[in-house]
Design a protein around this ligand. Structure first.
Ligand SMILES: [Zn+2]
Ligand SMILES: [Zn+2]
Length: 141
C-alpha cells in the first residue's frame, strides 16, 4: 500500500476505483474485462473513463500493455520485469518471476546494449489440457 501516492495523476474517484481493481490483479485483464468488473459496482462508470484511465496509467508507466489477443489489448499492473506463460486456448496468462539465464547468441545482438528481456511462452494450460473437447485447433506460434 501507499503506492498510489507516487503516482502523479489526478486521483478522481473513478480512477481510484480502476486502480484498486488493478492493484495485485494477476489476470492481465482487457479494457472490457475491467469495465465489466468495475461498472458492476459503479454503474455510472463509462467505458470511455475506463479506457482513458488505462491510457493515463500506461503513459505514466504504471501499466504494461500486452498484445496477446489480437485486437484486444490486455493490461498488466505488474511493471516489474517478468515473463509470461500464455495459454493459446483460454488466453490465460501466468506470471513467471524467477530469473533464468537467457542470452542472445553471439552475432545476434547487432551492437545493442541489452537492457531488458521479456519472454512469452505459449502453450496449453492444465485446465485446457483436461478439457476433453480437444478438437479445438491449436494455433502454432
Ligand atoms: Zn487454457
Ligand atoms: Zn504479467
Amino acid at each position: 500500500m501507499g503506492r498510489k501516492k507516487e503516482i502523479s495523476i489526478k486521483l478522481t474517484p473513478q480512477r481510484l476505483v480502476i486502480m484498486e481493481y488493478l492493484e495485485g490483479n494477476m489476470n492481465h485483464p482487457s479494457a472490457a474485462d475491467i469495465y465489466n468488473a468495475v461498472s458492476k459496482k459503479y454503474p455510472t462508470m463509462s467505458f470511455a473513463t475506463v479506457y482513458n484511465t488505462l491510457e493515463t496509467l500506461w503513459e505514466k508507466g504504471r501499466l504494461r500493455e500486452l498484445t496477446i489477443d489480437r485486437g484486444k489489448m490486455r493490461f498488466d499492473s505488474n511493471t516489474k520485469p517478468h515473463h509470461h506463460l500464455i495459454c493459446v486456448q483460454c488466453k490465460n496468462i501466468t506470471d513467471i518471476h524467477r530469473k533464468f539465464a537467457l542470452k542472445l547468441p553471439e552475432g545476434e545482438q547487432y551492437n545493442f546494449d541489452i537492457i531488458g528481456i521479456h519472454v512469452d511462452f505459449y502453450g496449453i494450460c492444465p485446465k485446457c489440457k483436461k478439457e476433453k473437447n480437444n478438437n479445438v485447433e491449436v494455433k502454432k506460434w
